[in-house]
Design a protein around this ligand. Structure first.
Ligand code: HPA
Length: 272
């Protein structure tokens, strides 16, 4: 079966099983799933049950597509995402984004955890993604193009919506939350970067590095969605002072930053 048909089947299954249409889609990254607690949930379906969704390698509580109301708006939220490093190809990683579009999503908000190579960024702070560099070994649009989904060649001069970025900045100012704005590079993983790689990442013009988001943004733009994304900085990756990864510290920073990120997303959804 061609991908176009698979996406349609998955969307049809969801509609027939209590998932409704929404204009706002949200992708919640690892350790950043508490926004879900603010959603008044109408229906939640495990990725495992959805036809053609890739086999889920996430933990038990993740891997749910949630339909409900957040800040007065109907939303579709992905609790947990697929990663390239889990062994999915980039078309599989981005399959749910295509399904979201068929369920009516016009604006896609994404979150992720990342390491910072910018010395001005603090641990547990936030960065609005202003631009990205795709360093994954591929692109989700490689292969047959279905004009029904989008054009063969897509513009990437401004993948992250300027108006949404301004809105997030205004909300952050009002809520007294410090936000940076910068460049995210997608790295293959799952091994973390070496000192030489962080040095390279810095040199190439990135502020932070993570293992997700970019493929989803490419597909969202292919399908004509507006995109905004927030990175939470879980570890500082100065190549000249690199400490071994402390996973407890990473999780702790994610938890601190998550509260701020949730506020920004709530504020933004209210305004959409
Ligand atoms: N590198 C890549 N991905 C990450 C990091 C990092 O330092 N921290 C959290 N996700």
């Amino acid at each position: 079966m061609i991908m176009l048909e698979k996406v349609k089947e998955a969307a049809e299954y969801l509609i027939n099983n209590g998932i409704g249409e929404a204009k706002v889609g949200i992708v919640l990254g690892t350790g950043l799933e508490k926004l879900v607690e603010h959603i008044s949930i109408t229906k939640s379906i495990s990725y495992k049950e959805i036809p053609h969704f890739p086999e889920s390698r996430m933990d038990l509580h993740s891997g749910q597509l949630i339909f409900g109301t957040l800040a007065g708006k109907k939303v579709l939220a992905m609790k947990g995402r697929y990663h390239f490093y889990e062994g999915h190809n980039l078309q599989e990683v981005t399959f749910p984004v295509r399904v979201l579009k068929l369920l009516g999503v016009e604006t896609l908000l994404l979150s992720n955890a990342c390491g910072s190579v910018n010395p001005d960024y603090e641990a547990a702070s936030l960065m609005i993604i202003d631009d990205h560099i795709n360093m994954l070994p591929g692109n989700p649009l490689i292969g047959v193009n279905y004009p029904e989904f989008g054009p063969r060649f897509i513009d990437m001069s401004q993948p992250y919506d300027a108006e949404l970025i301004s809105k997030i900045e205004a909300i952050a100012k009002k809520e007294k939350i410090k936000v940076h704005k910068g460049v995210y590079v997608a790295w293959m993983g799952p091994s973390l970067e070496t000192r030489a790689e962080y040095r390279f990442i810095k040199t190439m013009g990135a502020d932070v590095v993570g293992m997700s988001t970019v493929p989803e943004v490419i597909v969202a733009r292919h399908m004509g969605m507006k995109v905004a994304a927030i990175s939470v900085i879980t570890d500082l990756c100065d190549p000249d002072r690199l400490k071994p990864l402390d996973i407890d510290e990473v999780l702790n920073n994610a938890a601190i930053a998550e509260k701020k990120m949730t506020k920004l997303f709530l504020g933004l959804v209210e305004e959409l």
